[in-house]
Design a protein around this ligand. Structure first.
Ligand SMILES: [Zn+2]
Ligand SMILES: [Zn+2]
Length: 120
């Protein structure tokens, strides 16, 4: 039994992290592939964003932030199933608190910093 809701044309998805119903259309991005609340995503794309070419389907969690030369923020997602890393554009309505938490994570996690120092 499958229940379809609303327009049913694939214009919304259920977040794998927090179960939020997420509309695909978002400000500042052509199509959204991650949750604006908890930033989780699903590993469905292959090499090209939006190609839906990956059979993995694993849960992807935001592990870091990176910036492009033009200053735009990008999320670094890692698949919890296969470990692949992917870069995704930040959407205009992404949870600012979640983004900032991600940005300051290396500062907040003192253990990580100490571990990094030992590696040097
Ligand atoms: Zn979510
Ligand atoms: Zn995967």
């Amino acid at each position: 039994m499958r229940h379809r809701t609303g327009a049913g044309s694939g214009d919304a998805f259920r977040c794998v992290g927090c179960r939020l119903g997420v509309p695909v259309v978002a400000p500042g991005t052509a199509h959204r592939n991650h949750c604006p609340s908890c930033l989780a995503s699903r590993h469905v794309d292959g090499r090209v964003p939006g190609d839906r070419a990956s059979p993995c389907g694993g849960r992807m969690v935001a592990v870091s932030l990176s910036t492009r030369p033009d200053g735009e923020w990008q999320l670094v997602h890692q698949c919890t199933a296969c470990g692949v890393l992917k870069l995704n554009r930040v959407a205009g309505d992404d949870n600012a608190l979640a983004l900032v938490r991600l940005a300051v994570r290396p500062l907040a996690d003192r253990g990580l910093g100490r571990r990094a120092l030992r590696e040097l």
